[in-house]
Design a protein around this ligand. Sequence first.
Ligand code: SF4
Length: 481
Amino acid sequence: MGLLDRAGARLTSHPEEAEILIVNTCSFIDTAKQESIDTILEMARLKTSGSAKKLIVAGCLVERYRDEIRKSIPEVDAVVGTGELDAILEAAGLAPMAAATSPFNIISGAAADKRPGQEAQSGTHKATHEEASSRPEGDLREQQGRFRRDDWEGATHQLPTYLYDETTPRLLTTPKSSAYIKIAEGCDHPCTFCVIPNLRGKFRSRRFESVVAEARQLVAQGVEEITLIGQDTTCYGEDLGLKDGLALLLDELAVIPGLRWLRFLYAYPNRVTTKLLETIAKHDNICKYLDVPLQHAAPAVLKRMKRGGSGDIFLKTLEKVRATVPGIALRTSFIVGFPGETAEDITALEDFVKEAKFDWLGVFSYSDEEGSGAFALDTKVPKRTIEARKRRLMKLQQAISKKAKQQWVGRELVLLAEGESEETPLLWEARTQFHAPEIDGKVYINDFGDLEALEPGRFYNAVITEAHEYDVVARVVSKAL
Ligand code: SF4
């Protein structure tokens, strides 16, 4: 979006007004593919009947079905994979434009400093690429065929190597006080249910200085909450020769003046190091929040998933996490219905969930993905059984969550106000440091205290007054300093 904007395109969220339609797709499980295809078809109809002149499909679906998309949906004018972001300009029929004055909040370092006059001198702006490096594990897995796409008809064999940097123009579409920073791309893990490594390529980290520079720019432009993301943030820096790279990065980012909340998403269980936990504990502005997808707890299932570990090992990890970072909120996700999963395996998972008492839990039904290691396994679990297992696990967690949320009542917490609730204008929605953006339950504000009005993107002190299964209700006490 930053590149397009810089080249003179103006963004609209109303597709019927657009001259260029871009569908950014996801492709990691069946439901995501279906949603992507439905959206492309909807936009294709709009193109035929409306004012749009071009339809571009971008993202992971292109990595998987590049040729097929163009063949079966002739309305599509161009496809852009995850490793060829610069190609979006050519696809859109836009030449990089000099001295574009954007009405949007554009984040880019050197380029932003130059705008608008100086950029005209340099002529064009091009997205810059960081040099991709790799980890020995990634090289080994590549030799073993982990990233192969040979059976993927119509996909190119070339893996994406793209990484953005702090000078790549970027358009923020998140609420004004929050932003994501992608610190690494790709994944080297061998999880047999997952095709993400085949789609996104080998693990590669952005340069340390590039991430820090981007964070500084964001904070300078009013961002107060930064969420670091990547398929596996806990491997950050290994390809750059850093040990405990994520902890080092957090240490560096946490001291940026004005940054109120800093968090990272998606920790790999055996990479949650003592140093990482101590770093979370050390800084007040690092959210006491850890999202560590465990996928299962039965050793036999974890072994077939090629993830390793067991419920007992995970419980020890969780104990250490809670001891090092008191009060930390823990999120995890599980896959139910992995091939060969027995009733005993599910009982082991349920026992684990009862014991672990997660603050937030997501349960996903196994999706049989062509090209994944698990696709070839027989003993597939019937769909109805998978759905019944999922329902049971969610019900179990509901009771755990309800009890845990009761403990919140009476606590005074800092909230980030997000805006009026979509359900009713009588309530506002907010988050605490224990809620990641858009993932976890909500805090509803029903009482502004002495304040006339709230402002979205502002922080407030509040008291929790009621608890429900996943959500809580709060009364605002004052503005947070
Ligand atoms: S760690 Fe995550 S992204 Fe990587 S292969 Fe496993 S499930 Fe997929």
